[in-house]
Write a protein that binds this ligand. Structure first.
Ligand code: FRU
Length: 503
């Protein structure tokens, strides 16, 4: 979406913040740093939205991202860059792609050109992205978004833009963006999924430079409450053979208002994506997981990062020197439940490597409050929690502190839904669009529950029923939570309760 008005309006809180006396400003910014995630990526300063160009190369995972380095609000888009060797710890790098004569640099993807199909060099890292011309946009011709490519021969440190850009001109479609490219070995071509207003258009190319339209998907299927953005076409090998998933982010129109990512399970033959799915399904029901896409070049592992915010309030969250973090990297899977396949998301196994529970299992009993202060004093609001319940019962987990903040999540048995209640979990009044109690229907058929919850200063990510339901939500509590209680009025056994530090 084009957020020009928001950009102008939202520059003001930042300006008034800058005008405060230095001491106050410094104190305030230290407090505000308390909201910065510890084990999720966030830019040092300025603005971030969608993850872009996720790709694995020679032991390093590259994360590029929509970035306005000048101000902590959406603005002229660049591709920021960060690298990780373990998917958990990220090191920010110099900016990778700067705006050029064709426009600013919107979302896109990156691939390793192993066979030198483009002629830039064997194993060249090639980025495929949208150029957005604000000048052409002003003329209202609808020709402002085109697709371009750039390559790097030094692992993403320096980039050369292709002289023949754009590689796909705009055919007159206002929303024409976010190319996600993969190699389709059976047909020996690159496939691009491109968001084209309310549909996804597939293109094919032998060399990443000349593209031809293959097919279009989306009419009359799925959610259409907003513009379709940031598609991803992902191959899965299941016990019943190959299945393909098409992710489509949509804004607004998500299940808890604003931005969210829907998915379709189906088949792809190198030309067309087809599905017999009738219902609308969401990859993450929480309000704060948008524009998620998967890494290229990770073999059979489908690893996704989402932007942990929502266009409804992303520009207003109370972190005025930097804005937005990402979700934890998630491994996607397909699980059979009843008649169909469900897309599952789980935190990558790298997150649990070597981490030990800081609580003894005996300390945790249903309805008994556990004092976390000793542990929290060392780590702040950052941990990886999990537990299982032997029966499907109504339960809630409450995290609280002596400031009176409460973050609650749980399962409402009557409604058969999970929820996160952030209404009393700190600051909420920066936007009236900040949904206070997002919900998610329970999809699994199993009779017990398993729950994993990642807390990282200003966010909670909930994964239930082996990743079949998940919810990501921001909150802004000034102090860490020092108490934890699992409540239920039913007779139930709590199993395997763990609170782990993230190393
Ligand atoms: C999604 C999106 C993309 C676009 C980018 C611009 O959040 O609107 O469609 O490329 O953000 O920053």
């Amino acid at each position: 979406m084009v957020k020009k008005l928001a950009l102008v309006l939202l520059a003001f809180p930042f300006l008034s913040y800058g005008q405060k006396g230095t001491t106050v400003a410094k104190k305030q910014s230290n407090n505000l740093e308390n909201y910065r995630p510890a084990y999720h990526f966030s830019p040092k300063k300025g603005w971030m939205n969608d993850p872009n160009g996720l790709v694995y190369l020679d032991g390093e995972y590259h994360l590029f991202f929509q970035h306005n380095p000048h101000k902590p609000v959406w603005g002229p888009m660049h591709w920021g860059h960060a690298i990780s060797t373990d998917l958990i710890h990220w090191k920010e790098q110099p900016i990778a792609l700067f705006p050029d004569s064709l426009g600013t640099i919107f979302s896109g993807s990156a691939v390793i050109d192993k066979d030198n199909t483009a002629g830039f060099g064997k194993d060249a890292l090639v980025a495929i992205y949208t150029n957005h011309s604000h000048e052409i946009e002003d003329k209202k011709t609808g020709l402002h978004q085109t697709q371009s490519i750039a390559y790097s021969l030094d692992k993403g440190q320096t980039w050369t833009k292709y002289k023949g850009n754009p590689v796909i001109a705009n055919p007159g479609i206002w929303d024409f963006r976010d190319p996600k490219v993969l190699w389709h070995k059976e047909t020996g071509q690159w496939i691009m999924a491109l968001a084209t207003k309310q549909s996804i258009t597939f293109y094919g190319s032998k060399d990443l430079k000349a593209w031809s339209k293959l097919s279009e998907f989306g009419a009359g299927i799925g959610a259409h409450g907003g513009v379709w953005e940031c598609p991803d076409l992902i191959r899965f090998n299941t016990s019943e053979g190959e299945r393909w998933v098409l992710l489509v982010s949509i804004n607004p129109g998500g299940p808890n208002t604003g931005s969210a990512t829907q998915y379709f399970v189906g088949a792809f033959d190198g030309h067309m994506f087809t599905t017999d799915q009738k219902d609308t399904r969401w990859m993450d029901y929480g309000p704060d997981n948008y524009a998620g896409v998967t890494f290229s070049n990770t073999g059979d592992r489908n690893l996704l990062i989402g932007w942990m915010s929502n266009w409804e309030y992303a520009n207003q969250v109370p972190t005025p020197t930097w804005r937005s973090g990402n979700t934890i990297v998630r491994e996607l899977g397909l699980a059979k439940d009843g008649a169909g396949w469900i897309l599952t998301s789980k935190p990558v196994s790298e997150l649990s490597r070597g981490s030990k529970s800081v609580l003894k299992p005996k300390q945790i009993k249903v309805n008994k409050t556990v004092d976390l202060s000793e542990f929290i004093a060392k780590l702040g609001n950052t941990f990886d929690g999990s537990f299982a319940l032997d029966k499907l019962v109504e339960f809630k987990v409450e995290l609280s502190n002596d400031d009176g903040d409460h973050l609650v999540f749980g399962f409402d048995k009557k409604k058969n839904e999970y929820y996160i209640d952030r209404s009393k979990a700190g600051e909420t009044n920066f936007s009236d669009k900040f949904v206070l109690r997002p919900v998610a229907p329970r999809i699994a058929m199993a009779t017990g529950s398993d729950v994993r919850f990642l807390l990282d200063r200003n966010s909670i990510e909930l994964f239930a029923d082996k990743g079949k339901v998940n919810m990501s939500a921001l909150f802004f509590a000034k102090k860490p939570f020092t108490n934890l209680v699992v409540q239920s009025n039913e007779r139930v056994t709590l199993k395997d309760f763990n609170v782990k530090r993230v190393n």
